[in-house]
Design a binder for this molecule. Structure first.
Ligand code: NAD
Ligand code: WQD
Length: 337
């Protein structure tokens, strides 16, 4: 039996592919490489010493997606990472985001149904909570008002999966809401390397530390947090990847169901703490300036990870020093040879 990993050449998908292969699972990766590199596929093979099939196919291309299911009739479950994820860009290009994320997912789900493959894990996001009264997000909270097209695509897909399960409860679905993934595999071979100027904090810090950008702008130091900078629940990408194996175990042990889990550590860190830890752990300079708050940013939010601990037996194990060390190790390994 094999697992189809959509978006498996991407940041979280590649780390999950490594963990799946290390656990002895058979996988097939489909990715159109719109936000990733073909080299990552070889790196996954290099790290694990395992082989697997890779298809450079767009999820919107239903015909070729069907071919993948035809050629791999043992695909029993899908881990669905593929999607566009840049929050700012999604607000500027809503049609592109709706088309890629929604039609891509619909095409995938239709194809799965056709081949009677009804087990799926979906990459959702803490962003579906929107702005809540409490900043410790629990799965029992309703989805909130999303603040970007990106977030809206996640909320719509969650709702779509709920409706599909309601109509046909032979589906077996796990929705995972990620908080802020950072870090990299400790081999330094795979990690997050966005093209152009990064939007997210850790990729930006890495470019500053590597002297590709001269300084970091810290967006706001007047929030009501311990040091005035905004706080988030940063989670090591390898811990996050392992959460998918636990979610899959759960689906494999149940006949069917629809489950939602937060994947976070439960501990918020401020931007200042991340910068200071990165500098100290790696003994490197990260020049920064305080600037205006970034529009749409919340002061603080973090996960209540209790449900994942109790039902999946999953707990994030790596600490903030590991996240900063492994992020930098990826840059040193791949860019400073
Ligand atoms: P990523 O961009 O590194 O990986 C996504 C992969 O999907 C890329 O390799 C891209 O080429 C591929 N892809 C995109 N559209 C496709 C399509 N139509 N057909 C085939 N392949 C396609 O992103 P990531 O950080 O690894 O995120 C993976 C998933 O997790 C995404 O769905 C993202 O929205 C979600 N997520 C990410 C974060 C985060 O901070 N990184 C947080 C919450 C949720
Ligand atoms: C983290 C903190 C910034 C850059 C986004 C998405 C969310 C999820 C994860 C996908 C914030 C501050 C950042 C910089 C800074 N992705 N910052 N200077 O906004 O918490 O979440 O990524 O689902 O949906 O919204 O992550 O890494 O952009 O920011 O000061 O140059 O770092 O203000 O407080 P965010 P981020």
């Amino acid at each position: 039996m094999s697992i189809l990993v959509t978006g498996g050449a991407g940041y979280i998908g590649s780390h999950t592919a490594v963990e799946l292969l290390n656990a002895g699972e058979e996988i097939v990766i489909v990715d159109n490489l719109i936000n990733s590199q073909i080299e990552t596929i070889d790196k996954i093979k290099q790290i694990t010493g395992k082989d697997f099939k890779f298809y450079q196919v767009d999820l919107l291309d239903g015909e070729n997606l069907q071919k993948i299911f035809e050629e791999n009739s043992d695909i029993e479950s899908v881990i669905h990472f593929a999607g566009l994820k840049a929050v700012g860009e999604s607000v500027e290009k809503p049609l592109e985001y709706y088309k890629n994320n929604l039609i891509g997912t619909i095409t995938l789900l239709e194809t799965m149904r056709k081949y009677n493959c009804k087990k799926i894990i979906f990459s959702s996001s803490a962003t579906v909570y929107g702005e809540q009264v409490s900043v410790k997000y629990v799965e029992t909270m309703k989805r909130g008002e999303t603040t970007s097209t990106y977030g809206t695509t996640k909320a719509i897909i969650e709702k779509m999966l709920e409706d599909i399960y309601f109509a046909d409860n032979s589906w077996n679905i796990s929705i995972l809401r990620y908080f802020n993934p950072i870090g990299a595999h400790d081999s330094g071979l795979i990690g997050e390397d966005p093209k152009g100027i990064p939007n997210n904090l850790m990729p930006f810090i890495m470019k500053v530390a590597n002297k590709e950008i001269d300084h970091l702008n810290i967006f706001g130091n007047d929030y009501d947090t311990k040091d005035g900078t905004a706080a988030r629940d940063y989670i090591h990408v390898v811990d996050l990847a392992k959460g998918h194996l636990k979610a899959l175990e759960k689906l494999n042990s149940e006949k069917n169901g629809l489950y939602v889990y937060n994947l976070g550590t439960g501990t918020p860190y401020t931007v200042q703490e991340i910068v200071d830890t990165f500098k100290k752990t790696n003994n490197i300079e990260v020049p920064y300036e305080y600037t205006e708050r970034r529009a749409g940013d919340l002061p603080i939010f973090y996960a209540d990870p209790t449900k994942a601990r109790n039902e999946l037996g999953w707990v994030a194990e790596k600490n903030i020093e590991d996240m900063c060390k492994d992020s930098w190790n990826f840059v040193k390994t791949t860019k400073q040879k």
